[in-house]
Design a protein around this ligand. Structure first.
Ligand code: ADP
Ligand code: MG
Length: 242
């Protein structure tokens, strides 16, 4: 059974159809990269998956359980599906440690000590343990984004959604964030990421999905999509980046 199944999902904003009858399934441990022109629906799709947006038609399932429609425990859902955005969205009035332990303390009632130990272990792993007591404005953009990833990992999500997480960063800070994603992929984390970093997508993804006007226009292994795209639009998009 797939970890994530998106079945015939349509999302409209008023009369504007942003996602059109899109179906996609993601297996456990798979890394999927969503690519495509600005406005093709990458962010909207990710936001629908953890219910920051409500879909108009279709359904989404996690391990076979429907997570769209009424009667879904959204706290539980957002524990299972972590999301990290382009802007790091850390709380400015909280330290790194407070940012990363807030949800475990509040949402799952983890003990203060356990939350702290867990956060420190993650921060250690990404080389930021020494920043635990600092406020976000004392960190570089790359460091803040790494902390945002740790914050998502604190809930042991079964799926991690990453939306252009390097787009707001100075070029020299991109690598340190991508290193973490690479490490997570090696550890078997299931991830779906929207990215403009084609070199990285090629390296880390098991499958590339090229979106066009809210549908999956073409998908396949990176070597195929980047090396020998079948669709005219995929080819044109990739050519436009060169
Ligand atoms: P991408 O992430 O691929 O650049 P988005 O998912 O952000 O694309 O946007 C897809 C389309 O949906 C765009 O046309 C965008 O203008 C539109 N859109 C996104 N969010 C909203 C919203 N809250 N209200 C109306 N239109 C929106
Ligand atoms: Mg986007």
């Amino acid at each position: 059974m797939a970890l994530l199944e998106i079945n015939g999902v349509t999302k409209r904003y008023g009369t504007l159809e942003v996602i059109s009858n899109l179906s996609l399934s993601v297996d456990e441990h798979e890394v999927i990269c969503l690519i495509g022109p600005s406005g093709c629906g990458k962010s909207t799709l990710l936001r629908c998956i953890n219910r920051l947006e409500e879909i108009s038609l279709g359904e989404i399932r996690i391990h076979g359980d429907r997570i769209t429609g009424p009667g879904v425990d959204l706290d539980r859902l957002r524990r299972d599906i972590g999301i990290v955005f382009q802007g790091y969205n850390l709380f400015p009035h909280m330290t790194v440690l407070e940012n990363t332990t807030l949800a475990p303390l509040k949402v799952v009632g983890m003990s203060r000590r356990e939350a702290r130990d867990k956060a420190m272990a993650f921060l250690e792993r990404i080389g930021l343990a020494h920043k635990a007591g600092d406020y976000p404005d004392r960190l570089s953009g790359g460091q803040q984004q790494r902390v945002a990833i740790v914050r998502a990992l604190m809930m042991d999500p079964m799926l991690l959604l990453l939306d252009e997480i390097t787009s707001a960063l100075d070029p020299e800070l991109v690598a340190e964030v991508l290193d973490i994603v690479r490490d997570l992929a090696a550890r078997g984390m299931t991830m779906m990421l929207a990215t403009h970093e084609m070199g990285f997508a090629r390296e880390v993804a098991d499958r590339i999905c090229f979106l066009q006007s809210g549908t999956v226009y073409e998908q396949g292994p990176p070597a195929e999509i980047f090396g020998n795209p079948k669709g005219e639009r995929t080819e044109a998009f990739l050519r436009s980046l060169k």
